[in-house]
Design a protein around this ligand. Structure first.
Ligand code: ZN
Length: 402
């Protein structure tokens, strides 16, 4: 284990050297003293227990790269049978939309290759026996294993990286759609393989639609929840509003933050401009929805915290609602806390000014962006100030001052 970790650090160091040179050429205004992108990564915090902002441990989570082969299992119950029309409707919900979304969000670096069973497989127990299916890992695993075993006659599980279990609307006990992530040795068995990654899709797919699959698959890829566990409405969504789907599943910009795209390997180190020292610098950012160019200016302000600046424009998956104000989004990333405990907080350029007529969950942060030259926002904890200094087409130039 130690040897593998050392090798990974050595590789990062090599990549970091190359990134400094290329970032200087692309960004122009970045001073020669700019740090390499790798210097702005935050460390994993031991003991957090769930997804977090440090490097993802891909021994546990699934690497979001390449063609991911997913099997969708339709399962029903003696006391909650599924209908043929309902199976077709659920299949249509997941047939293309999540794959299109993943391909776009990852700039083509990850794709979903779905396969669907063609009939409901009857579970061995009535739905009532699965009450509390989400109360513990063991209960969730037992539900998943029964679904896999019930479907085994129709599926060669050796062909798949991901397992999605879909229940009918009448199975109200399966109320929500948690991700299943098992450490090696703790997964499901079928066809001589171990299955460690998936999602059980329950009754809430009828309210969230396919977007709940995107959110839960984000957990499978190691991303933390960005809403606040235990908070009331609408404070629940105050950390990031509708700017990232790990904060708001139905968010009007159903994309991932640049920080998470970098964490997942969908952005290269050459697309991140990093500063770790006090001073001012200017960086020109291309929109998050386009594949190329510099995507984020990061100021690492302490061992576990960074300020991130990105350019959010109405394109691709981004800013799909007129409620959101396209512009420069600034947020703080805190690697000392895990999912649900506010690892990301958007810095609001116009605090206390909810956008009328928009979703309650995201209204306060819909106009959090810097939209006009000279406008600025400051991180009170570190004193980092971010100023929008100019625009050229969809590009935005910002100055960070620390
Ligand atoms: Zn979640």
């Amino acid at each position: 284990m130690r040897r593998r970790g050392d090798l990974r650090r050595a590789l990062l160091a090599v990549v970091g050297v190359a990134a400094t040179v290329v970032a200087g050429l692309v960004a122009g205004p970045v001073p020669a003293s700019a740090a390499s992108a790798g210097d702005c990564r935050l460390p994993a915090s031991p003991g957090i227990g769930n997804e977090q902002e440090g490097p993802t441990d891909y021994h546990r989570w699934l690497a979001p790269q390449g063609a991911l082969r997913a099997v969708f299992l339709f399962v029903d119950f003696s006391d909650a049978p599924g209908g043929a029309k309902e199976l077709a409707k659920r299949r249509d919900m997941f047939a293309t939309a999540p794959g299109d979304w993943l391909r776009t969000a990852s700039y083509g670096r990850a794709t979903l290759v779905p396969t669907f069973t063609t009939a409901w497989a009857r579970m061995p127990q009535p739905q009532s026996a699965y009450a509390g299916f989400n109360a513990s890992f063991a209960a969730h695993r037992a539900y998943m294993q029964d679904a896999v075993t019930a479907s085994d006659g129709a599926v060669d599980f050796a062909q798949f990286d991901l397992v999605y279990v879909v229940s009918p609307r009448s199975a109200t006990v399966i109320a929500n759609s948690p991700a299943f992530i098992a450490d090696p040795g703790w997964g499901l068995s079928a066809d001589g393989v171990e299955l460690r990654h998936g999602v059980t899709l329950g009754a809430d797919v009828d309210s969230w639609g396919y977007k709940v699959l995107n959110h839960e698959t984000g957990h499978v890829f190691g991303l933390p929840d960005l809403y606040t566990y235990g908070a009331g409405w609408p404070d629940l969504h105050r950390p990031v509003g509708g700017w990232d789907l790990m904060g708001l599943i139905s968010g009007p910009a159903p994309d991932h933050l640049a920080w998470h795209k970098w964490k997942m390997g969908w952005l290269d180190d050459t697309q991140i401009s990093c500063a770790t020292a006090h001073g001012a610098r200017k960086v020109t950012l291309t929109p998050l929805g386009t594949a190329t160019g510099l995507k984020a200016a990061v100021v690492k302000v302490s061992a576990q915290r960074a300020i991130v600046v990105e350019n959010r424009q109405a394109d691709s998956l981004d800013v799909a609602s007129p409620c959101l104000h396209p512009g420069v989004l600034v947020y703080a990333v805190d690697a000392s806390v895990g999912g649900g405990n506010n690892p990301v907080t958007v810095l609001d350029a116009q605090p206390g000014s909810p956008v009328d007529g928009c979703g309650l969950a995201d209204a306060e942060l819909d106009n959090a962006t810097l939209t006009t030259a000279g406008q600025q926002v400051t991180d009170p904890a570190s004193g980092v100030r971010v100023t929008l200094t100019g625009a050229n087409g969809a590009k935005r130039t910002v100055q960070t001052t620390w």
